[in-house]
Design a binder for this molecule. Structure first.
Ligand code: ARG
Ligand code: ASP
Length: 716
């Protein structure tokens, strides 16, 4: 009997281990210590040094964080080097706004795709950066050592900030590198990432949206999926392979290493890993925060965006030019809108708040008499109680107000920028640029409707004390529509010709007076000032205290559960996640297989629905069965899912097999498990990747861009 219980216990433990195994996004520097053994047990065939090394080339040298000049460390996506000549593979949706920027109604690359068949045809994308990690250093000692207990949270932040900048500066002095220190584990640890950041990144190839965005926002965040979500960029370097601003003289970057492409296929149960830049997760949130996410933030923000999207969709469906202008904006708005809903569903289904409450109850008992952990959960509860109203008011100020109709943020930022100008100044080129790029993708008629809708929601959903004056007044006279119509008629900011003429005619003080009386600016200021004066100060105060609690809470959890292996929340630094290829059950009685194929694209085809149109050439290839060598079991594979713990920013990440060869490009997560930013559930959390053989098939057969395939290194 005892033996049986023992055995059962071992089985249960093993089950738990294997079940939990896919959770986590790990720091490459610490792979050996925490993960290697488990990875190898699951089938991984490389060493920790093959993944991350600072003395010789390692896989990390082929992983690229995509960012923007000015904030290169907040990577919006990941990419991977796949040739000796800087060829970079990422997602179509990551390159979406770049493709859009190069598109016109006559050369509509977003609609028809783009392929450079010669190097000089590759298109420059000013402002885009490509970061390659040189090394990571643990700087916890240096930072924590300088902090004395009793420093209050504000002082602490200032010290950390100052010290971080100093460490960064020292690390890169006299080099062409850039360093960035970031907090991990809620500020209990600090690591510095040192990068070489390239600034000349060109567009090489992208399929038409009917492939790269097949299924559109209807299929977004769902499985089964058939999206060919990939695009090719190329990094260019100046002299001696060093970073340089765009120049026709630049040459393709020569990476220390690049990924080999695996053509041998993937099977259910195969070990995979994802190497990339996840941006943000909140796995250690207390129950009170999860509750507010479910009850306040997600539902209200979703409702605001539902209203906005309805109007944007109407515009896009009415006119081809508006479709092009609003493409990237709409994708962005729709993406979070849908994700919040999936997150709410998943967290509710798995009783996350309850699970967290149980953990907090356990902690509370454990913490009695232990400084500084005693009382943490009670303080959490009190702070979140105070936060409740503020976070609702802030959600409206941001989503419906400052981030509602575009004219609001535009009027505000332009007026601020012009407030320094004197009579004699010429209009700065950057302001001129801002005006042009704003109007390039702007439709005043649509924005006017959005303004009216946003004000209506803002005014109706909040109690009076949380509404800026202008919002309260907006519906009073002739109603919201009339208010918006009047504002758009009167404002300088709603029409580029009128705006430029105004800037031409008035300069210096008279100009500022004019602009500051503009109704769009007045509305923007009313909202912004309300937020600055009424919402932000108490909210910041609470957040400061929460930051301290978060740190203490996680330190306590780690102490309370000494055998648990903790991972740090995503923070836009390089991480490794690993998991197996496997299906899941989305609901009782249904099981989803982990693979999709080209046949499935034809099954989904519907010429009546924009998202499900299939390009004629793709259909021909399918009918002729002209699949080349890109087949598995007689089909062209399209997408697959695995249990890798990923999040936003992981898009474009290389998905690798046990040998470290590229089997796919990560681009999404499956609906039922979108909650993984707050709680990872091994039974349903899946990352979605486009199969590398679909990428090769489209490049070779559809785009006839065989030169790109010849640049890559294909292995079985
Ligand atoms: N859901 C994916 C991610 O979060 C893809 C988004 C782009 N696609 C879209 N249809 N909006 O970024
Ligand atoms: N689609 C996301 C991205 O753009 C990835 C995810 O959230 O799973 O990074």
């Amino acid at each position: 009997m005892q033996k049986r219980i023992g055995l059962m216990w071992v089985v249960a433990l093993l089950f738990q281990l294997t079940c939990r195994a896919d959770e986590g996004m790990w720091i490459p520097l610490l792979l050996k210590k925490y993960n290697l053994e488990e990875m190898q047990r699951q089938g991984f065939r490389l060493t920790a040094e093959d993944v991350y090394d600072i003395n010789r080339a390692a896989l990390k040298d082929a992983v690229v964080g995509l960012g923007r000049e000015g904030r290169p460390f907040s990577h919006f996506c990941t990419g991977e080097l796949v040739s000796r000549e800087g060829l970079l593979l990422t997602n179509h949706h990551c390159a979406y706004s770049l493709i859009q920027a190069h598109s016109t109604l006559t050369d509509n690359y977003l609609k028809d795709g783009f392929w450079a068949y010669n190097r000089p045809d590759e298109l420059a994308n000013p402002g885009i950066t490509a970061s390659i990690l040189v090394r990571i250093e643990d700087v916890t000692q240096q930072i924590n050592g300088a902090l004395t207990t009793g420093t209050n949270e504000k002082e602490r932040a200032a010290i950390v900030e100052k010290l971080s900048r100093k460490l960064e500066e020292e690390a890169v002095r006299g080099t062409d590198l850039q360093a960035n220190v970031k907090p991990y584990f809620n500020g209990n640890q600090y690591f510095m990432s040192v990068f070489r950041i390239y600034r000349d990144v060109r567009l090489v190839g992208a399929p038409p949206s009917a492939i790269g965005k097949f299924g559109g926002d209807t299929d977004n965040w769902t499985w089964p999926r058939h999206t060919g979500d990939f695009a090719f960029l190329r990094i260019y370097a100046g002299k001696e392979n060093a970073p340089a601003a765009y120049s026709p003289e630049n040459v393709p970057y020569r990476p220390a290493t690049h990924f080999k492409i695996a053509t041998g296929g993937v099977r259910e149960g195969d070990f995979t890993f994802v190497f990339g830049y996840p941006a943000s997760t909140r796995e250690y949130l207390p129950s009170f925060a999860a509750e507010q996410l479910l009850e306040i933030e997600n539902p209200h923000k979703t409702a605001i965006r539902t209203a906005k999207l309805k109007l944007i969709d109407q515009a896009m469906n009415s006119d081809e030019l508006l479709r092009l202008k609003y493409a990237a904006k709409a994708a962005g708005v729709a993406n979070s809108w849908k994700k919040w809903q999936g997150e709410t569903k998943g967290l509710t289904r798995f009783g996350t708040v309850e699970q967290k409450r149980r953990l907090e109850a356990e902690f509370k008992t454990w913490a009695v008499g232990r400084v500084p952990y005693d009382g943490v959960t009670d303080r959490y509860e009190a702070l979140y109680r105070e936060r409740k109203e503020l976070i609702l008011a802030d959600a409206y100020a941001l989503e419906a107000g400052l981030g509602g109709a575009e004219i609001i943020a535009f009027a505000r930022s332009l007026t601020d920028r012009l407030s320094e100008m004197t009579e004699n100044d010429l209009l700065p080129a950057s302001v001129d640029q801002q005006i042009r790029s704003f109007f390039k993708n702007y439709d005043a008629a649509t924005d006017q409707k959005i303004l009216s809708e946003m004000l209506k929601l803002y005014d109706r959903q909040l109690p009076n004390e949380w509404k800026p004056e202008a919002v309260k007044e907006s519906g009073q006279k002739g109603g919201y529509d009339a208010y918006a119509a009047h504002l758009f008629h009167q404002s300088f900011f709603t029409d580029s010709t009128r705006l430029l003429a105004c800037l031409e005619r008035w300069k210096g003080v008279p100009l500022q007076e004019k602009l500051k009386k503009d109704p769009a600016y007045l509305l923007a200021s009313s909202i912004a000032d309300f937020r600055t004066l009424r919402i932000s100060p108490p909210l910041r105060e609470i957040e400061n205290q929460l930051r301290e609690l978060d740190r203490v809470w996680l330190a306590g959890l780690m102490e309370m559960q000494p055998d648990k292996r903790f991972y740090a929340d995503a923070n836009s630094t390089l991480r490794v996640a690993y998991g197996k290829i496997g299906g899941y059950s989305p609901a009782d009685g249904i099981y989803y297989r982990p693979f999709t194929t080209l046949s499935g694209i034809l099954e989904k085809e519907d010429p009546e629905i924009y998202d499900y149109r299939v390009p004629a050439k793709l259909k021909e290839l399918y009918q002729r069965k002209d699949f080349g060598p890109y087949m598995q079991d007689g089909e062209v594979p399209v997408c697959f899912i695995a249990g890798n713990h990923t999040t936003g920013g992981n898009s474009g990440s290389p998905v690798l097999n046990a040998e470290g060869h590229l089997i796919g490009v990560n681009f999404d997560r499956a609906w039922e498990g979108v909650m993984s930013d707050v709680q990872y559930e091994p039974s349903i959390c899946r990352n979605i990747s486009v199969d590398i053989r679909y990428v090769l098939f489209i490049v070779d057969k559809f785009a006839e861009a065989g030169h790109l395939i010849r640049e890559m290194e294909l292995v079985e």
